[in-house]
Design a binder for this molecule. Structure first.
Ligand SMILES: Nc1ncnc2c1ncn2[C@@H]1O[C@H](COP(=O)(O)OP(=O)(O)OP(=O)(O)O)[C@@H](O)[C@H]1O
Length: 610
């Protein structure tokens, strides 16, 4: 949403459509037919990229929807007025997309590709079966009085509509959600995005455009059978066109569709028997030579011109220290409400007495704790990663979750944040059970997290990384207000003035700052930090500790998995120690770090003694 407005794409799209319109008005029959083919593929490839571009879900189901549209016309074309036929086709496409989407959009990567291909084949076989066994003939005649020019103008209208819808989606929360999903679906869920719903909505919109295109194109054939209407080549051609042009931007597929339709027309005329081989060759060249398409090349050239061509490498622990004064107390105020007097009172009441001991869920916490974990467990195959874990976290406190490598700390955080479903036990936040809820629901209850391996959305700007959370939290904001809040949060973590910078350019420490800003943007009650301080140099570490301390001063409750003992000592009110999935200690930091069982299991004598 913070991308600068550029008229280049609008001129490109408008100019191309205007040129096609001129061909349709003044061209010969052959040229009008060519304009029809080009426009139909512009619509198909752009509609395909509406969904597959931002999400990265490569769908080979294009022809399934295209064929549904064509067959709707073949069956109903004579019986109903033309606009009604198109509406019925769109409705059927919508229903099929919703059913298919609900059952498949949980799949990702190659599984989705294979399924989408299988879907097209399945629908083709079903139609063939119906025609042979019920209809008693394989094909159907389509006798509709539509001229080539009439066909062109319908497609032209569809093209205008698909660009308009794509433009609107690109500027909407849904558009941002899809870009986040495409970058990192796990992060998307932890930003509060209902990823299934977002994907489903766009899949349905994209499929409706494809279905209506199939319907509009049907009269062109006069006779159709399943082999024509569900020809898998259509799916492959659409993918190749979108990839050649660049599926990441709205105008990209157009850049691929125009030259390839012309090329395919040439190949079809002169080498009809070699069409598939040449299509395969084009596909290989596109995938290897232009992974981000022509639009990607244009984007790179433009950014080089503006001096932003070579992103600095994202190297763990390398340089990039923030300027002094950017963190901690000197930073602009974190835009969340100050802790209420109640919370302050409860914090004052936290019992950190040495009696607070092992295995007792509520010991050490007076009043209703913010987070209560009871008898939580999780297994991976034969490995019991978390085994009967119980502890509580007082409001406004920082609890360190510590233990040797592989003791189950990250798994415990994953269970709390909803990244993993527990095997057993209960998690309560503010008195309400959140056990087993999806991450986006848990985010809306007030839990935010960072990840052990930092996860920023590299192709999005820093501001968009933070806005993704602001736009999908429980009390979402959008537009200028969201942008201002994103800027303030970036300043809060020491990333002043970096709003427009792609997150992929950030150094390791700055990526961590950005991830923290994104978590804070969710306006959480509880923040889960997974080794947020790992890999920092001594200066960065001190700044990181100051930053976390300032969050606590603002009233945030924090559970931090950490191996950096200096941070544990200076930040944590209490510590829960895990070993082989079980809690082995729970008490004040000083008490726990002096516990011989803890020393034996984890710290080693030297560190425990300093
Ligand atoms: N997705 C997974 N699949 C299979 N095993 C897993 C998975 N995640 C964690 N484990 C196993 O569960 C156990 C606990 O792992 P976990 O990452 O929670 O430990 P940890 O205390 O966070 O370790 P570290 O301090 O090294 O990050 C380990 O034996 C680990 O191999």
């Amino acid at each position: 949403m913070s991308r600068p407005l550029s008229y280049g794409p609008a001129v490109l799209v408008g100019g191309t459509l205007a040129a096609l319109a001129l061909v349709a008005i003044f061209g010969s029959d052959y040229h009008v037919a060519l304009a029809v083919a080009v426009t139909s593929y512009i619509v198909l490839a752009t509609a395909w990229a509406l969904f597959s571009g931002p999400t990265g879900y490569v769908s080979l189901a294009t022809v399934a929807f295209f064929g549904i549209g064509a067959y709707t016309v073949a069956v109903l074309g004579d019986a109903l007025p033309w606009p009604v036929v198109l509406v019925v086709a769109a409705a059927i496409g919508l229903v099929v997309a919703l059913v298919v989407g609900l059952s498949t959009l949980r799949l990702s990567g190659i599984y989705f590709v294979v399924f989408s291909f299988g879907l097209a084949e399945l629908i083709r076989q079903l139609v063939t079966w119906y025609e042979v066994n019920i209809g008693r003939s394989v094909g159907r005649y389509v006798f509709l009085d539509v001229t080539q020019a009439g066909l062109f103008w319908q497609l032209f209208g569809l093209a205008v509509a698909v660009f308009l819808v794509g433009w609107l989606i690109g500027r909407s929360r849904l558009g941002l959600a899809l870009r986040v999903i495409g970058e990192d679906e796990t992060v998307a869920r932890h930003c509060g995005i209902d990823t299934t719903r977002a994907k489903l909505m766009l899949f349905a919109v994209s499929s409706m455009f494809i279905t209506v295109t199939g319907a509009v194109m049907a009269p062109r054939w006069t006779y159709i059978d399943p082999a024509i209407a569900f020809n898998p080549l259509i799916s492959f051609q659409v993918v190749v066109m979108a990839l050649l042009g660049g599926a990441g931007v709205l105008y990209g597929p157009l850049l691929g569709a125009v030259p390839l339709v012309l090329l395919f027309d040439l190949i079809g005329a002169h080498f009809p028997n070699h069409f598939s081989i040449l299509l395969g060759l084009v596909f290989v060249v596109v995938v290897y030579g232009l992974p981000k398409g022509v639009a990607g090349l244009v984007g790179r050239a433009t950014s080089m011109e503006h001096g932003a061509g070579s992103p600095s490498p994202r190297t763990r622990g390398e340089g990039g220290s923030p300027q002094s004064g950017e963190t901690g107390e000197g930073a602009p105020p974190y835009p969340r409400e100050a802790p209420s007097p109640d919370i302050r009172a409860e914090r004052a009441n936290v019992d950190l007495s040495p009696r607070a001991g092992r295995g007792d869920t509520r010991l050490g916490v007076s009043g209703e704790p913010l987070l209560v974990i009871e008898d939580l467990s999780k297994s991976f195959g034969g490995v019991r990663a978390v085994d009967g874990l119980s502890f509580a976290v007082a409001r406004g406190s920082i609890v360190g979750l510590i233990g040797p490598n592989g003791s189950g700390k990250t798994t415990a955080l994953n269970l709390i944040s909803g990244a993993l479903p527990p095997l057993g036990g209960e998690i309560r936040l503010d008195g309400d059970a959140i056990t087993g809820l999806k991450p986006d629901r848990i985010v809306h209850r007030g839990v935010a997290r960072t990840f052990q391996l930092v996860r920023v959305l590299g192709d999005l700007s820093c501001a968009d990384n933070v806005t993704a959370a602001i736009a999908f939290r429980e009390q979402p904001l959008w537009g200028d207000e969201a942008r201002h809040q994103a800027t303030a949060l970036l300043g809060r973590v020491g990333l002043d003035g970096r709003d427009a910078e792609p997150a992929g350019n950030l150094t390791y420490i700055d990526s961590k700052r950005l991830e923290l800003a994104r978590a804070l943007a969710l306006d959480p009650k509880l923040l889960l930090l997974d080794e947020w301080l790992a890999g920092l140099n001594p200066t960065e570490l001190q700044e990181g500790i100051a930053l976390i301390a300032s969050l606590k001063r603002d009233g945030l409750t924090i559970v931090m998995v950490e191996h950096v003992m200096d941070a544990i000592r200076s930040l944590c009110d209490r510590c829960v120690v895990m070993n082989t999935g079980k809690k082995i200690a729970d008490g004040t930091t000083a008490e726990v770090l002096a516990d011989p069982a803890v020393v034996r299991a984890y710290l080693g004598g030297a560190d425990a003694e300093d």
